[in-house]
Design a binder for this molecule. Structure first.
Ligand code: CMC
Length: 429
């Protein structure tokens, strides 16, 4: 007999089914709680709420474990590529050589955007934030593919939607960048791989055709792999929430991009660099900012520190810290804000406030320093996060849409407003 938990309310007791995941994670299945008991649960910020069953990503935040489809993130960073990891996340298994070739061909095949869309970019003011452009462009893409908007797509159409988006997001991101620096758009080259093409589109000018070297390409691979999925985070849950109304993938991803933009989520990578620059401009006194972060009367937080799930060193931050040193040495860049970041980390990790609250550097703490060394402008950092997170968003949307038991997401609330009162005409107020 499957296990249950007993809930006692006043004189009545109720049996609540217990669900155990493949890694032993335990949950109370409250799907029928309201019908059974008349009660709902309240969990502001969803810290204790499982919104779905998922076989994509496993995190053990206390042990600092992150695995995609069962494979450890460090092993994927060492041996795989972002393209292969995208396949793994979306289709659930590593591809055979033939499947991988076919996948890459399909992605490459969709790497042009409709010429009309170029005028959308030029209509934005030059200072427009590229995240605003990206989310609008992803939604705009939908109008060119009406056949792909059907809520109940065939598997072939779903694959086409997926590969189109994988291919085009990097083009849209590169064009958004080109718009912001006032340079001509550059197209993909068939002989380049996915990420080299992205960097080529970003940095090629009429004066200089840019090709990344092996270490730079590998670094971008690692950056995108560590960002590729993180189970039910704010943006992924947004994609699932929007997609649960059977909104199409373009609309769902556009919403996910907006959710990622906030400084408590993907926008933290931009906020980290702005914080480190502010500390540098203020004389480099990192200890002052540690004190400020602890001061509850100040809104200041140490950006790039803390995580809802990790109560241990974020394994992604560990990997990126290593790459940060490698890339800066390789490029001969000496960045004073890296020294400030390391001093800040050391001071925080030996400070009781951060130790007791188990606050460690997260993925965004070192990623920005790498992007800076690669000449990516600060306002593009969150766009880089979005490009990396894309296969995760797609995988979750696909997992949800293919679940025959899928339901529209519709939480409840506890109402705390006025009870019934009469309308007062305006002249009597
Ligand atoms: N600096 C100072 N204090 C902090 C910080 C921080 N960065 N993060 C958490 N705390 C404190 C917080 O004030 C609270 O203290 P108390 O218990 O005394 O009220 C305690 O630690 C728990 O924090 P919380 O806000 O309840 O934790 P949360 O799980 O709701 O928030 C977080 C997680 C990531 C939003 C938060 O740690 C934060 O704001 N960090 C800075 C922003 C950041 O780096 N975000 C990127 C996250 S990684 C990328 C991604 O996956 O999204």
């Amino acid at each position: 007999m499957s296990k249950t938990a007993t809930l006692q309310i006043d004189d009545a007791s109720f049996e609540i089914p217990v669900i155990v995941g493949s890694e032993g994670e335990k949950a109370l299945d409250i799907t029928r709680l309201r019908q059974q008991t008349g009660y709902i649960t309240l969990d502001s910020g969803y810290g204790n709420t499982g919104a779905c069953l998922s076989s994509i990503t496993y995190i053990d935040g206390d042990a600092g474990i992150l695995r995609y489809r069962g494979i450890d993130i460090a092993e994927l960073c060492e041996k795989s590529t972002f393209m292969e990891v995208s396949y793994l996340l979306i289709y659930g298994h590593l591809p055979t050589a033939e499947q991988f070739l076919h996948f890459k061909e399909r992605v490459h095949h969709h790497s042009l955007i409709h010429e009309d869309m170029k005028s959308f970019f030029t209509s934005y003011p030059g200072h427009a934030h590229p995240m605003a452009i990206l989310s609008a462009m992803v939604c705009s893409l939908s109008v060119y593919h009406p056949k792909l908007l059907e809520p109940d797509q065939s598997p072939e159409d779903r694959d086409e939607t997926v590969t189109r988006l994988l291919s085009k997001l990097r083009v849209l991101a590169a064009f958004a960048y080109k718009r912001s620096v006032g340079e001509a758009f550059v197209y993909t080259k068939p002989e380049l791989d996915y990420l080299s093409n992205f960097l080529h589109m970003m940095f090629t000018t009429p004066m200089n055709e840019y090709f990344p070297d092996e270490l730079i390409r590998k670094t971008l691979d690692v950056l995108f792999i560590v960002h590729a999925d993180h189970e039910q985070n704010c943006s992924t849950s947004t994609v699932r929430m929007v997609g649960s109304s059977k909104a199409n993938l373009f609309a769902s991803l556009s919403a996910g991009i907006c959710a990622l933009w906030g400084p408590l989520h993907g926008g933290a990578n931009q906020a980290v660099i702005e914080m480190l620059e502010a500390i540098q401009a203020d004389g480099g006194n990192h200890k002052k900012y540690i004190e400020l972060a602890k001061d509850k009367s100040s809104p200041f937080r140490l950006m790039g520190f803390g995580h809802r799930v990790y109560r241990n060193y974020d394994p992604r931050a560990q990997l990126l810290k290593t790459y940060c040193d490698k890339v800066l040495t390789h490029l001969g860049v000496s960045d004073p804000i890296l020294d400030i970041a390391k001093a800040l980390e050391e001071a925080a990790l030996s400070d009781n406030y951060f130790v007791e609250k188990k606050l460690y550097p997260n993925v965004d703490f070192y990623s920005g320093i790498i992007y800076r060394a690669l000449n990516i402008p600060t306002n593009m950092f969150t766009v880089m996060f979005a490009l990396g997170r894309l296969p995760g968003w797609i995988a979750h949307w696909k997992e949800m849409i293919e679940d025959p038991g899928m339901k529209i997401a519709r939480p409840r609330q506890i109402y705390t407003g006025e009870t019934l009162q009469a309308y007062t005409p305006i002249e009597e107020r």
